[in-house]
Design a protein around this ligand. Structure first.
Ligand code: MTE
Ligand code: MO
Length: 372
């Protein structure tokens, strides 16, 4: 059993698949803290967790002719300036279970918890690439990452990002060796993972073994044949994966973590809580909440953790305390967020349905009963 040496996990996690291990924190724990505690951080593994020895670990940096290849130990990596950044990581499949309700899709049934936030520390990728002699080239180029996890045929997890993002110090792409002040937990990439602020989780390659600069995107299955969005009209017989770009920055997203769907609440006052986040460093500027299915709206209060314009890498937690309208036996609570480019969420799922169930960011809806 290749999964026999997987690490122990927190019992509160909601498990979507045991082998490989995929799990999310329950909604009420998700927004209890701005920083997600490491044991509750959602986990998305495609393969068994590799056992990496910190002393013999080497990170290989390879590039085109003219650059220098490097083989870096963990101690070598510590010699680069240590950079820290708070980043929210979201899986492209977050909230896929809502798409399944419209029509079947292929993928894990994530609810609203395939998203978490941590304070990451490590070397900046731009500093490491500079040491290897990389400069921005005029031709389009990509930085490809390979994990040390692999399937029975020896194929490793891989993904890539554009070289321009990797070399931009303001983009703060990290080769991270710390998560919330601790060495990376095994499930989250020990000893080194990539952190690409504002970009879909799939590019944050864990158990990083190799970084290479290439003229093309990674030829990994997960870069070329997955994590892409399509028209609702596309099915598995007609889809052409080469016709769509790989997902990088993610669209505006929000969800309600409290109360939960089907819950019974007291009349009087209701407290609605949730998270909001947008990709590409776009800040959340507003969250609107409705108690009547989207007819009337109230503006939620955003948490005090502020976001830096153009570098809003982490989510914004929010809440609304509001009177329950007298005589209501049930409430249809809805939330939607707006980012600083005034991007909004679509109101329903059907128009954004896609066969892989990615980019699910319609208004989040929760139905609750009210006791008099
Ligand atoms: N890196 C490797 N090596 N193997 C993986 O399976 N999964 C990716 C990404 N990096 C993956 C990986 C996906 S799809 C996501 S959403 C994030 O890791 C999840 O990171 P987490 O498990 O730390 O939350
Ligand atoms: Mo993912």
């Amino acid at each position: 059993d290749p999964y026999a040496s997987d690490p122990p996990r927190h019992p509160a996690l909601k498990v979507n698949s045991q082998r490989p291990f995929n799990a999310e924190p329950p909604p009420e724990l998700l927004t209890e803290n701005y920083i997600t505690p490491n044991p509750l951080f959602f986990t998305r593994n495609h393969l068994p967790v590799p056992n990496v020895d910190r002393d013999t670990y080497r990170l290989h940096i390879v590039g085109p002719p003219g650059s220098q290849s490097l083989s870096l130990s963990l101690d070598d990596l510590y010699q680069f300036p240590k950079h820290e950044v708070t980043v929210t990581l979201q899986c492209a499949g977050n909230r896929r279970s809502e798409m399944t309700k419209v029509k079947e899709v292929k993928g894990l049934e994530w609810k609203i918890g395939a998203i978490s936030t941590a304070r990451w520390a490590g070397a900046r990728l731009c500093d490491v690439l500079a040491q290897a002699g990389h400069r921005l080239s005029k031709t389009e180029a990509h930085v490809c990452f390979e994990g040390l996890d692999s399937d029975p045929t020896g194929t490793a997890y891989g993904a890539s990002i554009p070289l321009a993002r990797a070399l931009d110090p303001e983009a703060e792409v990290l080769l991270a060796y710390e998560m919330n002040g601790q060495p990376l937990p095994r499930d989250h990439g020990f000893p080194v993972r990539v952190v690409v602020p504002g970009v879909v989780g799939a590019r944050h390659v864990k158990w990083l073994g190799k970084v290479s600069v290439e003229p093309e995107e990674s030829d990994s299955h997960w870069q070329r044949r997955d994590y892409k969005g399509f028209s609702p009209s596309m099915d598995w017989d007609t889809v052409d994966f080469d016709s769509a770009p790989s997902i990088q920055e993610l669209p505006i997203q929000s969800a309600i973590t409290e109360p939960q769907d089907g819950e019974t609440i007291q009349s009087g006052e209701v407290t609605v809580k949730g998270y909001a986040w947008s990709g590409g460093g776009r800040a959340v500027v507003r969250v609107d909440v409705s108690l009547d299915g989207g007819i009337t709206w109230q503006v939620a209060e955003l948490d005090k953790e502020e976001q830096c314009p153009r570098k809003a890498w982490a989510w914004r937690l929010w809440q609304l305390r509001a009177p329950v309208p007298a005589g209501q036996k049930e409430l249809n609570i809805v939330c939607k967020a707006v980012d600083d480019s005034y991007n909004v969420q679509p109101d329903t799922v059907a128009p954004i349905w896609n066969l892989r169930g990615v980019l699910s960011n319609a208004w989040h809806r929760v139905h609750v009963h009210v006791t008099p």
